[in-house]
Ligand binder design. Sequence first.
Ligand SMILES: [Zn+2]
Length: 251
Amino acid sequence: MFVLRNWRSTIFVDRVLRPSRNYINSITGQPSETGMYIHAANARFPKLKYYSNTTFTEFKCWNCQTVSDTKPSLFCKTCTLIQSNEQQNFNYFELFNIDNQYDIDTEQLTSNFRQLQNLMHPDRFSNKTEEEKVLSESFSSLLNKAYTTLMNPFLRGLYILNIHGLSIEETSVTMDNSFLSEIMEWNEKVEEADSKESLENIKKDVDVVLLNLYKELSRAFSEKNLSRAKILLSKAKYFTTMLDKIKELDM
Ligand SMILES: [Zn+2]
């Protein structure tokens, strides 16, 4: 999918580019070739190892009307007021200024999250205009969502797949029969568990299985093997669902 929507404000580039299709070069305003555009994308987002699904935002500051054509930003570079996160497409990794990859430094992420959370906290905007208050609330919820996503090894994997335009919808992944019968056995064990202790033990075993799946997932992503990552995440989904069920039963 290649969507060119109102190029003066936003240009979306998805993973499947159509080389034959011309688009407007956002700098010169002239139609140009896909390759050049990708080149520009790389130059503009040097930290983005994956530039698919990257959104270039050229948006107008709601306050001073300055048009910005740089990376998504929190504050206007001209009038310094808080900007709308909804009009910009933040890549979660870029938002927290960490490497765009599966293996992340969670301490760094947490520390950067806390700084940003503090910077954008609605309390800091209590004396500001209504617009700024609304924007800070919206930013704060984006920060929480992005942080929760990146901290969770399963959600982080799904997010990276999503950046590449992929998902683990049931229709798109077929699991082999041996895996499915393995899952059935696990589910039977959960259903037959007759004490808190036996549930706890199953939970521990599931945690180990997940930990190993995430290790494999890390390898798949570092080898840029997205189809493998998709299968691993689909498998992990069965086990995260199982954990939810155990939690329910344990209450
Ligand atoms: Zn401004």
